[in-house]
Ligand binder design. Sequence first.
Ligand code: WTA
Length: 631
Amino acid sequence: MAQELYQPPKELVENSNIKAFMNKHGIADLDILLDKAQDLDWYWGEVAKELDWFKPWDKVLDDSGAPFFKWFTGAKFNIVHNCLDRHMNTPVKDKIAFIYESEPGEVERWTYEQLHKEVNMFANGLKKLGVKKGDRVTLFMPMIPQNPIAMLACAKIGAVHSVVFSGFSSGSLRDRILDADSKVLITTDGAYRRGKVVELKKNADAAMAEAPCCQHCVVFKRAGNDVPMTEGRDIWWHDLVDGLSDECEPEPLDSEDMLYMLYTSGTTGKPKGIVHIHGGYAVGTYSTLKFVFDLKPDDVWWCAADIGWVTGHSYIVYAPLMNGATSILYEGAPDFPAPDRWWSIVEREKVTVLYTSPTAIRMFMRHGEELPAKHDLSSLRLLGSVGEPINPEAWRWYRDNIGGGKLQIMDTWWQTETGTFMISPLPITDLKPGSATRPLPGVKADVLTQDGNPAKPGENGLGVLLKPWPAMLRTLYKDPDRYVQTYWSRFPGKYLTGDSVAKDEDGYFWFRGRVDEVLNVAGHRLGTAEVESALVAHKDVAEAAVVGVPHEVKGDVPKAFVTLKVGVEKTDALKDELKKWVATEIGKIAQPDEIEFRDKLPKTRSGKIMRRLLKAEALGQPVGDVSTLDE
Ligand code: WTA
């Protein structure tokens, strides 16, 4: 394990929000805070006080129905009141909430007041369509301001949103509408992607044709492409809100009332509807963003994810707005029209905190350091990473080439299910490249062996969460049994993350990947991510995906699919070199049995490499469901 340690600069530590919280409570250092915050009622109760509650809670945590935990019971609350309404009496009212940049290059600046009014009008529009508290509404929209506006409008009146990533097929959309039994679908005529118009309404029409529960479709005019409108069912957004009031009181909800569902893939083909609620989710997202990314009033925050995934829900929409932050919302592809699009946005808008994925970082690495070097990125003060283990090579490249050789990187480990960051550095944490460091305050995590004993330092095992947390999923929609089965049955009373992870002597967590991406080579556990990390550390390699293929003696052996940097020749000599390289980087055990060069690796639309497809290919098996494949 890496011995490098990156200590935060004194100035970052001293001015950090987490330090201010510690000072307020007379807490001298991080270890004392982590220890004290194991008193969940104290810690979560303290941070919850910073939000606005219509009626305070009787109890912080109610674990009487475990694993169906409840938080802030007895309280009345609405997350949207905390995102928008409460700012109307403060200077945040005139602050920019979203700097929106479209793919073709238009820029819109939305103040909190404008956003508030627009949300109110649309909420009134939804009411006009008959949407009531508890009704489900599906969103199928690109990354435009109307996407968060529609989400917030639903939540404001107590309706439940289900956002379906706009890159999904009509069949996936139909299945999600049907499962949620949604009354209304919100979409756009089209969306821009790499200069072309993607016809969203066409997919929406195909989905609705087989989803009779959906009574109305609201269409926002975005791309201007011709779309058929079905009389009585379809209505333009601008016609719906025409003449409606821009005032709408937030519905006073119970903390545990449902906020949204978000579908994510599990081990079976059927997606799981992860259920999140208003109160605890608000407390968790608000406080983790404030403490981990240290947002200050003049920061410009850019979470470069898509709103169709949990990262966008929590850290583009809800948490930044509750914090009164200014965020970037970018519609298009990162490499359009050129691979320095992001860096031109950072330079022009003086972005201060950037949060992205290792996949994006490796893509930028592949294009070389000349592109970021052409731009002034000196406004940046903190960086973040999420979604997969970040290999130390990419970590260092990110720090050196985007972070000017000095910025700290917050490698946040979490899941759709957790709702918020769980294991992550704070600005006061010493960093080790490739490690998400330690559990955040109020979180208790561990690594267990297959038989449920604590793993030894450095030993790979199963990641578990030992205590509930406020933003945790409440259940799987309409499937409470699967909720218990998937997360709480392997080790009763403990939440199973499904991740393979090791904890080092300092208590730092090193995530290896999903359990199903872990190989057993000659009795040794080996994360495919470890082999990939070694491969991409080679000077000629751009990206690598490793799968396990069965071997009669060794159990599994790794097979690697590799893309090379621009201009590098695909030779057998290089294959041999790479095999030896891995053997020297990790050990002979990790040496790939076979290496295959590819021009491209198959990825999901959220940017994750689909190892499952490569594995099926390597084994000559059918590839199964490919609805999430990028192209
Ligand atoms: C992986 C994304 C290593 C992990 C927020 C988890 C990570 C899955 C990290 C959840 C990280 C996420 N380091 N692995 N910092 N962050 N993961 O639901 O395997 O799309 O279980 O949520 O991504 O993916 P999901």
